[in-house]
Design a binder for this molecule. Structure first.
Ligand code: BDP
Length: 680
């Protein structure tokens, strides 16, 4: 007697499942060898085929520390993966001579030397980076020292795994399972950072939870610190200023109160007992609702110095200058300078004031922050945002080195460039739990670029793009000829289709996704895009000259003149009529749509360029980038159309001839809502 029909169906399904399981695991085995972006720029793609491959030996002399051994292992692994076509005998030599800057190294062909263990590791990575681009071993000569002693990532990660402004999945730190389980990924993360010289990591959000300072979380931080230490990375924690009240049982967090000071001293000692090389605290105070010393009528210096006293010579306090207040009627772009500049000379020697690259907030283009150069008696750090909160999240391809370079190279008019006026550098991380680390393959380039510029702010963007593209994708010259220029033009394309000619902060409410220049109804004036562009029937732009907010006066006079003359910043500094005559001879109203169109056209070209690279790239990553470029092309048009529809309505002007009408009427764009957009 046969099986009942129902039973037969069940067995058939079971058999199918068994078959598909085999198929799935075969597929997975194959996929494990596919390129999924996990290996970043550390792929060490073979230079020669297996048959030509010659042996390489690595000798370590003068040190046997965990870091020096990592340098040796890294070289052994890298050389094996690279498959050099000629035999190589590399020596790593720790020198007995001290006094080089920590991390400095020399490479002379097969010889790497440094006075520090971490320098040996950096030298090993540098040699592999050069070899990986196809340079012959004997020709490689490097003599490098980092420009800044502190080269730091700031994670905006919360204990529940959410990442503020994160577009690459959840937190890279598996908070819940720490400290007992430290994911192997933490080693790979530290290794990637070390490979570009990053030596500090703030592990939690500047909008900090006090729980990060509780014993339970100190144990987690310790587990991370132990894992990162051999890679030369120190751990820092964002501290909530009101912690003595929140978790310490005190009734105040007044920085001049002896009980508060004693609480922080004890807390800091507890941290150092667990993490002897703890880096210090990062603090966002009296900014966007965070508690701070001003809650008690004290200054930012009072708050920072109180923490600095608790830490002493063991570490630093990084105090953010990103402050603005709704009650303050002053132009938001001026407030940080107004608040901090008079405090110059008042901060303890182990306080670093961290200033965002521009005076508003990580826009596609801003002038440099006027505090750079204006606080000669204070250590300043510059803060960049690697995660692209305002530049299209992870889906838009925007290589940020040109943005970083533009700011670092800016002459402050006060005796040096921005790069010369800062003593530390921080980047808001773009890493997360995504397999490719950064959400999109090309966003890896921004992590890489940040590290390279933190090491040497003089490196030109095109060199960084070339290195990264060769190491990450292909060293084929035809590929690099196409892709390097594409990367270099990509940030300007974003400026064109989002915020041309000095416009800023016209993104959608809260999430900052997509265009919303019309928004005017938010509680705080400076949260509304209309606050920034001030467009009406007669003109557009924020008057920051003497007839307006006079933010321009915060710059050195020569610099102010230069900024005022810079058309790329026209609407940042000036309110002008729609018929304002540009240097091109066109009116502003004629120029604007040209910029939007140029941005869209550039993105379209990027799509074509990338499509042509298929022969050079593995299918998986090629496809992933192509998909994102499609999204970007679509969203660039959306930006262009929505913006032009709005400017047209507000100015009462039809688009100049030769420019396509927006696809939808203005109210269609205004009705779009994205409450689920990531990163909020
Ligand atoms: C803004 C972000 C916000 C951050 C803030 C900051 O929108 O999420 O908390 O900066 O830097 O860019 O503190």
């Amino acid at each position: 007697m046969g099986f009942a029909r129902g039973e037969r169906v069940r067995m058939m399904i079971a058999r199918l499942c068994a078959l598909s399981l085999i198929a799935t695991s075969l597929f997975c085995a194959a996929a494990a060898h596919a390129e999924d972006g996990y290996r970043l720029w550390l792929r060490n793609a073979p230079l020669a085929d297996a048959a030509q491959h010659k042996s390489a030996t690595v000798t370590l002399i003068g040190s046997d520390s965990p870091t020096a051994r990592l340098a040796r292992d890294e070289l052994q692994r890298g050389l094996a993966e690279l498959r050099l076509a000629s035999t190589a005998a590399i020596t790593l030599r720790k020198l007995a001579t001290p006094a080089q800057r920590e991390g400095a190294f020399r490479v002379n062909g097969a010889k790497i030397s440094s006075a520090s263990d971490i320098g040996l590791l950096y030298g090993a990575f540098a040699l592999l980076r050069e070899l990986g681009q196809g340079k012959p071993l004997a020709s490689i000569k490097l003599d490098e020292a980092p420009a800044y002693t502190l080269r730091m990532l700031n994670h905006w990660d919360d204990p529940d795994g959410h990442v503020e402004r994160g577009y690459a999945g959840r937190s890279i730190f598996d908070w819940w399972h720490l400290p007992d389980r430290v994911d192997v990924r933490m080693t790979d993360y530290a290794r990637a950072n070390a490979s570009v010289g990053i030596n500090g990591v703030v592990i939690n959000n500047v909008n900090a939870r006090a729980m990060m300072l509780e014993p339970r979380y100190i144990a987690k931080a310790k587990a991370l610190a132990d894992r990162f230490r051999p890679w030369g990375i120190r751990v820092y924690v964002s501290a909530r200023f009101s912690a003595p009240r929140d978790i310490g049982g005190l009734t105040t967090a007044d920085p001049l109160d002896p009980a508060v000071r004693a609480w922080w001293k004890a807390k800091t000692d507890e941290l150092y007992a667990a993490i002897p090389d703890f880096g210090g605290f990062l603090v966002k105070a009296n900014s966007e609702g965070q508690p701070g010393p001003q809650d008690y009528g004290r200054s930012h210096a009072d708050g920072a110095n109180m923490l600095a006293a608790a830490i002493g010579a063991r570490g630093v306090v990084i105090w953010r200058a990103f402050v603005y207040a709704a009650e303050n009627k002053e132009d938001r772009a001026k407030q940080a300078f107004t608040e901090f500049q008079p405090l110059d000379g008042k901060f303890a020697s182990n306080v670093i004031v961290q200033v965002k690259n521009g005076p508003i907030d990580f826009q596609p283009r801003e002038p440099f922050h006027p505090l750079f150069g204006a606080m000669p008696k204070t250590q300043l750090a510059i803060e960049f945002q690697i995660t692209k909160e305002y530049l299209g999240f992870a889906s838009h391809l925007a290589f940020l080195a040109p943005l970083f370079e533009e700011v670092l190279d800016a002459d402050t008019g006060r005796g040096g460039t921005v790069a010369e006026k800062v003593s530390a550098i921080a980047g808001v991380a773009n890493t997360g739990s995504d397999r490719n680390w950064t959400g999109s393959d090309f966003d890896q380039a921004n992590w890489y670029a940040f590290g390279r510029l933190a090491w040497n702010p003089r490196l030109p963007s095109d060199q960084i793009a070339r290195e990264w593209a060769a190491l990450t994708f292909s060293r084929d010259p035809a590929f690099l000829r196409a892709v390097v220029p594409m990367m270099l033009g990509s940030r300007e394309a974003v400026v064109d289709y989002m915020t041309p000619l000095g416009l800023a902060h016209v993104m959608g409410t809260g999430h900052h996704y997509g265009p919303a220049p019309w928004v005017a109804d938010l509680d705080r004036p400076e949260w509304n895009p209309v606050y920034y562009h001030r467009a009406d029937r007669d003109g557009i732009g924020f008057d920051r000259t003497g007839t307006g907010s006079d933010a321009l006066a915060q710059y050195a006079p020569d610099v102010a003149k230069r900024l005022l003359a810079d058309e790329e910043l026209l609407l940042w500094f000036r309110h002008v009529p729609w018929d304002y005559r540009m240097s091109s001879g066109r009116t502003l109203w004629e120029e604007l749509p040209r910029r939007y169109d140029r941005g869209v056209a550039t993105v379209d070209r990027m799509g074509v360029t990338w499509a042509e690279q298929a022969p050079h790239i593995d299918a998986q990553r090629h496809r992933a980038v192509a998909d994102f470029l499609k999204i970007q092309a679509h969203e660039a048009r959306w930006w262009r159309d929505a913006s032009l529809a709005y400017w047209s309505a507000i100015s009462g002007r039809a688009l100049p001839p030769g420019h396509a009408a927006p696809t939808h009427p203005l109210n269609w764009y205004q009705a779009q809502r994205f409450p689920e957009a990531p990163g909020q």
